[in-house]
Structures are given as structure tokens and as C-alpha cells.
Design a protein around this ligand. Structure first.
Ligand code: ZN
Length: 316
């Protein structure tokens, strides 16, 4: 069942959109590959960051609400977001992030891989992991970041759950994951598919407080479906388990279904098709505000209402 599973994208809540853009584009060197609005709330941006083309497995997205209150990290949430970097790149990133004034933890070791941990300005927990498969993936150079050290996409995600059993069943029996090693309270699940975004770690946190949504907290994790047929097969496997799956929703760049897994984390199944180049050429990805057809007649009002993403240029 390898047509389903592996991370497609991860979506989190942020506060100020201009700081969000400055951090993910400027500090981490990701490309903003889509600038749009929350399709359910067009007063708020939806910003997508990824590799040069928005490949599944590289896409981190945000709903930035200016002035949003911080969320609370806890159970029932996806927490540490791990990016893959090539082996030998950790020191480059430790120095770079420290130089930018971030508190960097590590290097530490987990399942034999070296990593550093840090947070964005909203408190979102991020990790950079040296991944021996990352070097084979194309790296995109950004200002001050050589391609050799560039982030390749997601290494994986850690979910904090009270009791990992139900989540583990969904991962292995529906999403195609294989149980891997355990280290302390952390259980690793690995997808046999190729490429990026193959790891889900479950951190058993019995008795820990429940998480609450807000800035700096992951909203949902989306897993890949090759196409509508694979997505429908996942729904058919989830429904008999008493898990309610939403009808498919058209997100322009992919088609989505959503469900809450037994550990409380919101999961999405997103199709690989049609991808981010459907409404603007690859070279122009992220350069202007894209709107779904139903909001296009209201573009002027929507644009006037959105907070600025970049500092205004001097008139001179
Ligand atoms: Zn999503």
C-alpha cells in the first residue's frame, strides 16, 4: 500500500506573517512557493514554504494571525518538526542559527542520527537532522546558504500522544508505516516508500497536559495519496474503525480529506496531484497572491485587508 503515506505537508499556526516569512525564507532558506489565503477564512494568509517546486514532503505551511496568542504544547498534537539536512551540515546550521540569535540545543543524537533543536519566534519546535539519504536530494541555494547545506525537506514529525496504541494502528494498518526502533518514550515508524518525509515518531506522554491550538503549534499533518483512488481507499479503511473522515475538499494544489486520529492529532490525506504550478509558472511560485476562483471577484478587498508580508520599499 505504498501509494499512501509519507508526509505531504505540515500546517501550523503563526502570529505576524511578515516575521514568519522573514524566518522561513530568510533564516532557513526555504522558498515561499505559494502565497494565498485560508480558503475557509480569506482574511488570513496561507503561506506555503518548500523546495524550489513545492515537492510533496517539503511543504511547511502557516496560517499567520497577527497578534495570535501562543498555543500550548501538549498531548494530542504534532510537535517537533524535523527537517533533513545532508550529513556534515549540522555545524553550519548551528553557527548560522546561533548567529541569528536563536537558542540552539544540541548537537544531540537520536536513533544514531545527529540533530539540533530550536524554535521559531512563535515557539514552534523545529529540528535539523543529518540524514544520510538527504545528500541525494537536490538542494536549493539561498542567500548565505550553499546548496550543499540546504534543507531538503522533512525528515519527519513527532506526535505527542497519551497512549500510542491507536495512533500506531492507523499508521501501520492504514498509512503503510512499519514499526521501527524505540528509544526511551519515543517509538519510530518508518514508511517504506522512497524519498523524503518517511518518519513518524510517537512520543508516549501519559499524564502530560493536553495541547491547545494557538501560535507556535502544529494544526495538522498531511500524508500523501498518489491519487483520488488511494485517498478513497484510506477512507474505506478508516470508516470501519469508527474514524470519521470528511468529504474530499478541493484545495486547488491538492485534494484533501481530514480525520482526527485516535491520539487526537488532526491528520489530512492530500493528493500529490495537481501540485503548485497549476496557477502560476514554477519560476514565479509565491511571487503574488493567488486566490481560488470564488474569491477572485473580491481580490481588491481581500488584498487591502491582508497585513503586509514584506517591508514597504522606500519611495526614493
Ligand atoms: Zn493541510
Amino acid at each position: 500500500m505504498s501509494t499512501i503515506g509519507r508526509i505531504h505537508h505540515i500546517t501550523a499556526i503563526a502570529s505576524a506573517p511578515d516575521r514568519n516569512l522573514a524566518f522561513y525564507e530568510g533564516a532557513l532558506g526555504l522558498r515561499m512557493i505559494k502565497q494565498t489565503v485560508n480558503f475557509d477564512d480569506p482574511g488570513v494568509h496561507h503561506l506555503y514554504y518548500g523546495d524550489g517546486t513545492g515537492s510533496p514532503g517539503t511543504i511547511l505551511t502557516f496560517f499567520p494571525y497577527p497578534g495570535a496568542r501562543p498555543g500550548r504544547h501538549g498531548t494530542g498534537q504534532a510537535e517537533e518538526i524535523a527537517f533533513a539536512i545532508p550529513a556534515g551540515s549540522l555545524e553550519f546550521w548551528r553557527q548560522r542559527l546561533t548567529g541569528l540569535g536563536l537558542a540552539v540545543e544540541g548537537p544531540a543524537e537520536r536513533f544514531g542520527e545527529r540533530l539540533i533543536a530550536f524554535k521559531d519566534h512563535d515557539g514552534l519546535m523545529l529540528e535539523l537532522v543529518e540524514d544520510e539519504t538527504a545528500v541525494g536530494l537536490p538542494g536549493r541555494a539561498a542567500e548565505d546558504i550553499p546548496a550543499a547545506h540546504a534543507i531538503r525537506g522533512f525528515r519527519g514529525i513527532t506526535l505527542w500522544v497519551e497512549d500510542p496504541a491507536g495512533t500506531a494502528r492507523v499508521l501501520t494498518e492504514v498509512l503503510g508505516y512499519t514499526p521501527g526502533p524505540a528509544e526511551g518514550a519515543r517509538l519510530r515508524f518508518v514508511h517504506p516508500g522512497e524519498g523524503i518525509g518517511r518518519i513518524v515518531d510517537l512520543r508516549a506522554a501519559k499524564g502530560f497536559w493536553a495541547g491547545a491550538m494557538g501560535a507556535g503549534v502544529v494544526h495538522h499533518v498531511a500524508f500523501r495519496a498518489a491519487d483520488d483512488t488511494a485517498q478513497a481507499a484510506a477512507t474505506a479503511a478508516l470508516t470501519p474503525r469508527g474514524i470519521r473522515v470528511t468529504p474530499q475538499q478541493d484545495r486547488t494544489y491538492f485534494r484533501s480529506t481530514y480525520f482526527r486520529e485516535p491520539g487526537g492529532v488532526l491528520f489530512e490525506i492530500a493528493t500529490d496531484e495537481p501540485g503548485f504550478a497549476i496557477d502560476e509558472p514554477v519560476e514565479a511560485l509565491g511571487s503574488r497572491l493567488m486566490l481560488p476562483a470564488r474569491y477572485e471577484p473580491h481580490r481588491a478587498a481581500i488584498e487591502a485587508n491582508l497585513p503586509p508580508l514584506r517591508p514597504a520599499r522606500d519611495a526614493a
